[in-house]
Unconditional design. Sequence first.
Length: 558
Amino acid sequence: MTAEPAAIPSASARAARVRDLLLITLVCALFFAWRIGHLPLIDPDEPFYSLSSREMLEAGDWMVPRIFGQPQFEKPPLVYWTMIASYRRFGVTEGAARVPMAAAAMALVFATYLFGERRFGRRAGLAAALVLATGVEFMVTSRLVLTDTLFALFTALACFAFWDGAQDPARRRPRWIAAFAWAGVAALTKGPLGLLVPTLAALASWRRAGGLRRGDAATLAIGALVFAAIAVPWYAAMVHRFGTDYAREFFGHENWERLVRAEHRENDTPWYYPAVLAVGSLPWLPALVAACASLRAAWRRDPTAAYLWGWLIANLAFFTIARSKLPTYVLFAFVPLALLAGRAITASDATAPAPRWGARIAALVQVDAFTVAALAPIGVALPPPVRAGLGAVAALLAIGSVALWRGRVSAWLGATVLAASALLVTLLAFGGTWLDDLTSVRTAARAIATARKPGEALIVERFLVRGVTYYARQTPVVLSRGPRPYWTQHPLPVVVGADGLREFVREHGGALCLVETRGWPVFATGVPTGWTATKLLDGQKTLVRIAPPAGDAVNREH
């Protein structure tokens, strides 16, 4: 295959591209930057990364991730490095912690647009960027302090570079070396998966890529050296410093055991990730259906579409086989899915003005889902403004559905983007207090800092421990229902169950105890007979002071 000289774009094409970029910039500013520090850190993962980064910053040690004053080997350092840099620039705040993820999300949306523009045309690239940026899974995850947005960016850039090189022999060597470089950066973000994800994508489409040609083996060798130069030094330094303990913990426990053992057993089902992709694609379910409907034809006729399907399916198969599953693990999969959806949307708009029945029905399903969320008593005490906002989302999706049924795909696109925007604005503008109480320990940590007496024991339910330590700067004892409260244990004392709580408060003469309200009845039986349990905070989190009878308290003081 010989690359043809690129045509010089006309003035109208350049103007259209500028409009696209401005629109994407506005969408990214709203979805990833607006009120980025408004919500508190969401338990348990955001406080974990934020606390580790803060401790590294305060210790002046960028090499070794740490938490609760001790080294921790759960993740490589890149996410911590980006957060430390943000802390130093903006201060140690929730917004600063999230800046690297927001920047990565914006970069990935623009990269998706550019790749889609190169391979499918400008309109398809724009549609893909909008689908990616405004989908529920990507919108939410990219506002959280997690490794997954950075990982999605670097693996996607590796996959893009590989395919660009495969399709352009004249530039193959620099593109493939760039692919290895991005994979190396991804490996510093999340370990061996940084190489595995783009490798599976490449292998799934190797025949479409033309296989090895003369000189390609040398390119692969150079690329492997570049990957090693980026990824290996930090791991080698950790092994040198901590010996086989690090290798065993990170490569064995954190990677291999997650492959063969389920950390979250309820998620370990074959249909888990298909469900994540379907729900995470809201409000773009019709686009997802349109992409799936075109799979067979795309696989046969369009090498780039076949590559994207290979990237998606091969990795989805691997992550389905892996026993530990969480929704964010496959965030990168929304990139090829968005590109395929953008291709299907624009193909429908150009060649099939009346979209297929599957997409139409999916549009109605979305309307029904948001209508139920807005009107029905679904067991969640939604604030009235949030319910009203969900109603507005349903109304906008209904308008889009009418447009889709009439074959006006551009109008449907606009209505869907507005619906996603309304959902985001509703949650951030009117749901802050509700989400704070539902998802974070910030308010409870402030209550602890105010209520805790000098020397008073503090015991906190396991998933709230990191947030309390981050916000209250007080490290508690862990209260758990089982002897192993975490996948990777923290260097903290653990109290198990109601019986353990009873022994603990008797030994310490009382305690301040924070638990999730729904779990308090389980632990409440651990309050010794005759002792008092005074609630200092109620809501989704319950803060209780457990104290002995008044006479016992006086005797203990003497």
